[in-house]
Write a protein that binds this ligand. Sequence first.
Ligand SMILES: Nc1nc2c(ncn2[C@@H]2O[C@H](COP(=O)(O)OP(=O)(O)O)[C@@H](O)[C@H]2O)c(=O)[nH]1
Ligand SMILES: [Mg+2]
Length: 290
Amino acid sequence: MLGATELSNTFWQELEETLIQADLGISTSIPLINELKQISHSEGLTTGDQVFQQLRTLLIEHLKSVSEQPLDVRPLVVILVGVNGSGKTTTLARLAHRWQSSGHKVLLAAADTYRAAASEQLIIWGNRLGAEVITGHSGSDPGAVVYDAAQAALARGTDILLVDTSGRMHTQHNLMTELKKICRVAGKVIQGAPHQVLLVLDATTGQNGLAQAKAFAHAVNITGVVLAKLDSSARGGVGFAVASTLDLPIQYVGLGETLNDLSPFEPKAFVDGLLTMDKVEIPPQSPTKL
Ligand SMILES: Nc1nc2c(ncn2[C@@H]2O[C@H](COP(=O)(O)OP(=O)(O)O)[C@@H](O)[C@H]2O)c(=O)[nH]1
Ligand SMILES: [Mg+2]
């Protein structure tokens, strides 16, 4: 069996290195490699190519696939959370655009009250999208903004209320508590809200992204991940680490800076990008520039 020699210690080390370099992190890569070794053994794989294909299959299997759910709740409340600059506000605008395009009425809530510029950024998006934005004074309680927005969503017959929140580090306990409050307030006004809490993750974040995600998931009930900035040079392995460790689906990926650059997550394309058979393909630029 000529091929058997291909599966040397060096081969396995290199494979592990590939995963670590793709930002999967050691704590995700090692169990994966062990699982792969077991499968390779039981399936009698002998060549590097066979094992590599099996790794691809395994990575895809580890990613929860999601299809876009029909909107059966009205108003549906979606809250975006994440650290500063991860892409929350941009993602919110793109989601609003996406849902508007499928005929839904959206309302935006600027619950990032820490910086005056944050509300302004959302108001600009609201104008562009033709969507109403509920804001509060700079420095005001974000819970109050969410309360007003939820009431407004009920009064206006809104289909989807999208809530922008300020960026917070996972180590800022008071701000994480504030996030809990925001969710609680939404639930007081609208039954079952928030229906979705999306963690917006910057694909260029290294392994710190996993610690961040764990803290957010500890504070609130995260329902899915948006992996923004996948058009960058990063392969986005942190997205895999977060999704597999926290058993969360990656729902969308951000692939550029225009309104249309948000795509539903496709595990196969993502895994191929991770393994750099090819970087994730960037769709042609849309005319709607930021
Ligand atoms: N290349 C690229 N840039 C993005 C993407 N998503 C957001 N950005 C940029 O990242 C920066 C921060 O985004 P923003 O939405 O304000 O982040 P926030 O602080 O989480 O609200 C902005 O310059 C965005 O244009 C993406 O998918 N690709
Ligand atoms: Mg923002």
